[in-house]
Design a protein around this ligand. Structure first.
Ligand code: HPA
Length: 272
């Protein structure tokens, strides 16, 4: 069980090390951790060395924090993330997002691997998330409200900040990278969905499905952060292709890392 004091403990420890507080934060998800390997003036820290930081358990998750600069802006990059399906509790899952907030991050770029529910989406596509459906059956803010971060009943109407989505489109246009837009639904995993679930989720209006991001976005929105979330489509969702494997997900993310990294750099450069 993570206590809130662990957040302040991690925050104080990091502030001693990091000279310039980050303005822009990032979460690089499954297999996408390598997309930003060349920050200016980098400082790399393993999660396990940060007092109070919860530990990840999944292969392909790097569990590092990077501090440095992109296009002259100070950034904080979370390589890897903690998932509900690992058996983590919500406090652990959202810990790194709150830590980013404590470090000063006001604009957060979140990436993930996702299955394409929309029939037009193909593996390798990059999609800006416009909205979400929380199918986790729970909410990371359940329990006593932590007033340091935000109000009891946060509004999610503009959770996916329109200005940042426009900036992403502009960056994509500049680089010649086509960005789709779509609604993301979170299922808990770790099993992939059934074909019947995917048909149902499509009827509900979802374009993408994945096992993360939603709790992070709710937490970031609660804390007043602007959010941009980008999915890398790694597969067609269950029932739309022969089989789903984690290996395929990792293969497609590995191929997409470089272009996603260039896109993020361009976006950060264009951010106000
Ligand atoms: N479902 C859930 N999570 C995923 C998928 C999927 O099809 N692909 C990558 N992450």
């Amino acid at each position: 069980m993570i206590k809130n004091d662990h957040l302040t403990e991690s925050g104080s420890w990091l502030r001693e090390l990091v000279e310039k507080g980050p303005e822009v934060g990032m979460v690089l998800g499954s297999g996408l951790s390598d997309s930003l390997d060349s920050l200016d003036n980098p400082l790399e820290i393993n999660w396990k060395d940060v007092p109070g930081f919860p530990t990840p358990t999944v292969k392909g998750h790097k569990g590092k924090l990077l501090f440095g600069e992109i296009a002259g802006k100070n950034v904080m990059v979370q390589q890897g993330r903690l998932h509900w399906y690992e058996g983590k509790n919500w406090e652990e899952v959202i810990f790194p997002i709150r830590l980013q907030k404590l470090m000063g991050v006001e604009q957060l770029i979140i990436t993930n691997a996702a299955g394409g529910i929309n029939k037009d989406l193909e593996p390798g596509d990059l999609v800006t998330i416009t909205d979400h459906i929380n199918f986790s059956g729970d909410n990371p803010l359940r329990g006593k409200n932590d007033k340091r971060f935000g109000v009891r009943f946060p509004d999610l109407t503009d959770a996916y900040t329109a200005d940042l989505r426009e900036t992403a489109m502009e960056a994509g246009y500049k680089l010649g990278v086509e960005l789709e837009e779509g609604v993301y639904v979170m299922t808990t995993g770790p099993s992939y969905e059934t074909p019947a679930e995917i048909r149902a989720l499509r009827t509900l209006g979802a374009d993408l499905v994945g096992m993360s991001t939603v709790p992070e976005v709710i937490t970031a929105c609660h804390a007043g952060m602007d959010v941009l979330a980008i999915s890398c489509v790694t597969n067609k969702a269950a029932g739309m292709q022969d089989q789903l494997t984690h290996e395929e997900v990792m293969e497609v993310t590995a191929e997409t890392n470089e272009i996603l990294g260039r896109l993020i750099e361009e976006i950060v450069g264009l951010m106000g």
